[in-house]
Design a protein around this ligand. Structure first.
Ligand SMILES: [Zn+2]
Length: 171
């Protein structure tokens, strides 16, 4: 679901955007917490499990969860930013949805380096000696940090800039 879907639903149902966003966040945030804690538990299990088959199954489960988590976090971030008025549509220095989408399409491998085989790489966001950062579509997930980054959040973290500046940097 996108930010626009929520705003459109608010209009159609005659409620304020803020109310609709709060309701959507109230749905998304527990779901995000649940998936993150599942990933955390599975990661812990992996540390203590030596059985190769079980390890493969747990890793596959973690990967599935990370893939499910990504769009939820992305939507939640966008809703929060809109809610906080950091991205007021129509204001002169606003970044547009097209600009955000364009930034998200920027190849993340230009921000975080991966081998040509797309094998896990060392995470640049913690002291990593055993590659724990995996590449999915156009985002990365570190199983030690227990976090995902898309091109925008990766630039925010690497360059220590705001969401808006990261979007602008990726145009
Ligand atoms: Zn990490």
């Amino acid at each position: 679901m996108t930010l626009q879907t929520t705003i459109k639903a608010a209009k159609e149902n005659g409620v304020s955007e803020r109310y609709a966003i709060m309701r959507r966040l109230a749905f998304l945030q527990p779901l995000i917490r649940e998936k993150m804690s599942e990933i955390g538990l599975a990661t812990k299990e992996l540390e203590h499990n030596e059985d190769p088959l079980e390890r493969a199954l747990i890793t596959a489960r973690i990967n599935e969860l990370a893939v499910e988590l990504h769009p939820l976090r992305r939507e939640s971030t966008l809703l929060l930013r809109y809610f906080n008025g950091k991205m007021k549509p129509g204001s002169s220095n606003a970044i547009t949805d097209e600009m955000i989408e364009h930034a998200r399409q920027h190849p993340i491998t230009r921000i975080v380096a991966f081998s040509s085989g797309r094998k896990p790489t060392c995470c640049p966001f913690h002291k990593d000696s055993n590659p724990s950062m995996s590449l999915y579509d156009n985002h990365v997930h570190c199983f030690v940090c227990n976090r995902s980054w898309d091109p925008i959040s990766a630039v925010m973290e690497v360059e220590k800039v705001s969401f808006r500046d990261a979007v602008l940097a990726l145009q």
